[in-house]
Write a protein that binds this ligand. Structure first.
Ligand SMILES: *[C@@H]1O[C@H](CO)[C@@H](O)[C@H](O)[C@H]1NC(C)=O
Ligand SMILES: *[C@@H]1O[C@H](CO)[C@@H](O)[C@H](O)[C@H]1NC(C)=O
Ligand SMILES: *[C@@H]1O[C@H](CO)[C@@H](O)[C@H](O)[C@H]1NC(C)=O
Ligand SMILES: *[C@@H]1O[C@H](CO)[C@@H](O)[C@H](O)[C@H]1NC(C)=O
Ligand SMILES: *[C@@H]1O[C@H](CO)[C@@H](O)[C@H](O)[C@H]1NC(C)=O
Ligand SMILES: *[C@@H]1O[C@H](CO)[C@@H](O)[C@H](O)[C@H]1NC(C)=O
Ligand SMILES: *[C@@H]1O[C@H](CO)[C@@H](O)[C@H](O)[C@H]1NC(C)=O
Ligand SMILES: *[C@@H]1O[C@H](CO)[C@@H](O)[C@H](O)[C@H]1NC(C)=O
Ligand SMILES: *[C@@H]1O[C@H](CO)[C@@H](O)[C@H](O)[C@H]1NC(C)=O
Length: 689
């Protein structure tokens, strides 16, 4: 979850569906025709055009947030676009978001009210790659920009122009005439997406490695980096003094130092001097001494990979934990033992930090996880994912809220799950928007048969697919703990005392709901307080663990490390960090959720008999398809249709009574948004007398 600042000022009516039709007294027949300026492209490209209409004279990028943007945003995928090929955007609907225009808050460009708008478009390029498991996907690989949802490094853009929309037939010509360069980003990476790096300072070092595992998986070079903050007194020549490390998880930190905490001058001054200044309540104190590491793991699908191995993003967990961290430990004077490897972070980083301790008790000692993304999918934010039938609307018709704030103790909903998902859909189809709900689909879900994340619900309607949700189980952290409590991983004993979680009851993204579910289920198997969960009343999303002041927090972490050191009061046992505790093993993850599994899930229709008789009923299965694929079927007798196509549900059987001798066969056609429509055939069965 992005640690966005939630503004109360512009509340959207939570009951308004963004896709509804209203009466209007104009009929905008607007076409926007795109071309590419001479010399900007050598060969045609694939990607997504995102077109924005902002209020007159406003920079369309000034506010694109779902809670507050005044823009109208429209997106469309393009294939083989430019240098000479043009493309027209017009109309729009929610039926085929891969080939049509889809917009927010109005689905169609025909719904743009007449008036003057500040207009700009962006073209995100997709690169088609073949993964090592054989699937072919078109994705954006971010490149030193932190995985932006629009206008990232290498995007084509048009000039921003004020344009009058008349409300009648109108064609607007827009030309892509700029490329977003690395200079556009603060703290730019020298060399962009390659081995280049940020400039070091005395106490802030930058590390970057080409990940062998990720590069092999993606069939292209993929790098992961880290920003390493050294404590006061660190001496590169002193190999005897070694430090514990805090792995501070979270979003793309660019070249910065302590991303999640201490970005204030007083913290930095004290950190660098090693002395916490005296106040009128405490005397001068030495600072706790840690090496603090933040990761740069921008990935296809998001500004960070969620730091675990996943079927859709690849072996990022291993890239970080098995390649980057060993390199850090070879380069800096760290204590190479689990008790001295701490995971922390908030929100996305909250999930990443706890997941890394749960999956890798052999590597990391403890996590201090703040307001983490959904730990338990009984509540995915406020969606009851395992039992609800729709992710957007509850049984009583109310819309599921997604972002909230509290004004005078009263909850105010700033966006619903439906609004946010529809807004995301303008930025990319097949979970490629580089936004929150989409990356959750990519991280928690398996790969669909189309090569992209198998989405847990229909992104337009919100209809939940229970089978797709069931595949999320290995990333439901409380389910994983319960399942492995007494398994050979023995997590019940191994992880006791190593998980610290904090969340506020006013969490702006309802993340407290998942924490409560996690606590309930882990308490049920481990006893009250098996995981140390703090739920603070009326606290929003943000801040350090337990809303502590930074030094108070670091002292708490320092205490834990001291207590669990070999000479401490409560040393971490070798059995609790044994290799057998390890989970999220890449080979298992890709076998469960990659291409092979997607192919294996499919089956052709099948007639349940080897022979048939004229006048005798035969029965057939319709085959197996991915969740959400809509089916229609047709019987074929002697190579001719024996009936019209008819609708059939997945899992249903169909029957037919042949009327003549010869051969009978069943055809089933499956359609799903962003899937190739496909017809599968049963075997041909002989019809005798
Ligand atoms: C377009 O969206 C705005 C904002 O939600 C809404 O007020 C307006 O009614 C919509 N227009 C149409 C024609 O749907
Ligand atoms: C470390 O040692 C090298 C030579 O061995 C020396 O040049 C350098 O200044 C030393 N650095 C520090 C921080 O003492
Ligand atoms: C730093 O400390 C000074 C003196 O205590 C204080 O006035 C100032 O507000 C502090 N700065 C920040 C960013 O907290
Ligand atoms: C500490 O000093 C500040 C001014 O530096 C003052 O405002 C505050 O009241 C003092 N607090 C106590 C507990 O004395
Ligand atoms: C619908 O149900 C939700 C949760 O179950 C509840 O918070 C909401 O108040 C209900 N809305 C109506 C209109 O009954
Ligand atoms: C919050 O309460 C204060 C004091 O009662 C009042 O002045 C203010 O208008 C209220 N704000 C909102 C947004 O209701
Ligand atoms: C899809 O769009 C159409 C027309 O724009 C609208 O009538 C319909 O309600 C939308 N469907 C959903 C599920 O939003
Ligand atoms: C784990 O094993 C213990 C001892 O055999 C048993 O009491 C407990 O119920 C088991 N817990 C789970 C979650 O399987
Ligand atoms: C939970 O951890 C906090 C520190 O975050 C500590 O103060 C508290 O005593 C712990 N609770 C239990 C039950 O161990």
């Amino acid at each position: 979850m992005l640690k966005a600042i939630v503004v109360a000022a512009l509340a959207i009516d939570a009951s308004a569906m963004p896709t509804g039709n209203v009466e209007r007294d104009y009929n905008t027949n607007l076409e926007v025709k795109f071309s590419v300026a001479d010399g900007f492209l050598d060969t045609p490209i694939d990607g997504r055009i995102v077109l924005m209409f902002a209020p007159s004279e406003m920079n369309p990028l000034e506010d694109t947030d779902v809670t507050s943007s005044p823009n109208k945003i429209f997106g469309k995928n393009v294939y083989d676009f430019g240098p000479k090929n043009t493309v027209i955007l017009s109309g729009g609907n929610n039926d085929s978001t891969a080939t049509n225009v889809f917009g927010w808050p109005n689905v169609s460009m025909s719904d743009v009210e007449p008036g003057t708008y500040s207009v700009q478009a962006f073209l995100t390029r997709y690169e088609t790659v073949t993964r090592s498991d054989g699937s072919i996907v078109s994705l954006r690989f971010p490149c030193g920009d932190g995985g932006l949802n629009v206008n990232g490094f290498g995007s084509l853009t048009t000039s921003t122009t004020d344009i009058e929309i008349t409300g009648g037939a109108q064609t607007v010509d827009l030309v892509f005439n700029k490329i977003t360069a690395v200079e556009a980003f603060t703290g730019k990476e020298i060399g962009g997406c390659n081995q280049g790096n940020y400039e070091d300072t005395e106490t802030l070092k930058h590390i970057k490695v080409r990940s062998k595992r990720l590069s092999k998986f993606w069939g292209r070079d993929v790098y992961v980096g880290a920003n390493v903050i050294l404590p006061a007194g660190y001496d590169a020549n002193d190999t005897k003094t070694r430090y514990p490390v805090i792995y501070n998880q979270g979003h793309w930190p660019a070249g910065q130092g302590a991303y999640n905490y201490g970005d204030d001058e007083n913290f930095t001054a004290a950190w660098d001097s090693g002395i916490i200044p005296a106040s009128n309540t405490t005397a001068e104190l030495p600072t706790p001494k840690f090496i603090v590491v933040t990761f740069r793991h921008e990935a296809p699908y998001y500004d960070d990979s969620y730091a675990v191995n996943t079927a859709n993003l690849g072996p990022y967990g291993d890239a970080i934990n098995e390649e980057l961290i060993p390199h850090i430990e070879d380069t800096f004077h760290t204590i190479r033992a689990p008790y001295a490897r701490v995971q922390d972070g908030g929100s996305t980083g909250g999930w990443e930090s706890i997941a890394n301790v749960i999956y890798r008790p052999d590597l990391f000692g403890v996590c201090f996880s703040s307001y983490p993304d959904s730990l338990d999918f009984h509540r995915h934010q406020d969606i009851e994912l395992y039992t609800a039938t729709n992710a957007y609307q509850r049984a009583n018709g109310s819309f599921v809220p997604s972002i909230r704030t509290f004004v005078n103790d009263t909850q105010k909903v700033l966006a619903t799950v439906a609004q946010e998902n529809h807004w995301e859909l303008t930025f990319g189809t097949s979970s490629r928007s580089f936004n929150q709900w989409d990356v959750w689909n990519a991280v928690f879900g398996v790969q669909g048969y189309n090569g992209y994340p198998l989405e847990p619900w229909d992104k337009v309607t919100g209809e939940i697919y229970p089978e797709a949700v069931a595949y999320w189980k290995p990333f439901d952290l409380s389910d994983y703990i319960v399942t492995n409590f007494n398994s050979s991983r023995n997590l019940g004993a191994a992880l006791a005392g190593r998980i610290f979680i904090y969340v506020g009851t006013w969490d702006n993204y309802f993340l407290n709901e998942g924490v409560i579910e996690f606590q309930k289920r882990t308490d049920a198997v481990g006893g009250l307080g098996w995981a140390n969960v703090t739920i603070l009343p009326e606290k929003p999303h943000g801040g350090n663990y337990q809303t502590r002041e930074i030094w108070d927090y670091l002292k708490l972490v320092e205490r834990w490390v001291k207590d669990h050191a070999p000479d401490g009061s409560n040393p971490l046992s070798s059995s609790s960090t044994a290799p057998s505790t390890r989970g999220n093993v890449w080979e298992d993850v890709v076998a469960y959720g990659g291409r092979g599994a997607a192919v294996k899930r499919q089956a052709d229709p099948k007639i349940k008999a080897d022979k048939a008789k004229v006048g005798g009923e035969i029965i057939a299965s319709v085959g197996r398809w991915d969740p959400g694929v809509r089916l229609s079927a047709q019987w074929i007798l002697n190579s001719k249709p024996a009936c019209e196509y008819f609708r059939v549900e997945q899992g249903e059987s169909v029957n037919y009574t042949p009327t003549a001798k010869g051969h009978v066969q069943l055809l089933v056609t499956g359609e799903k948004r962003n899937y190739v429509t496909e017809t599968r055939k049963s075997q041909r069965v002989l019809v005798g007398k």
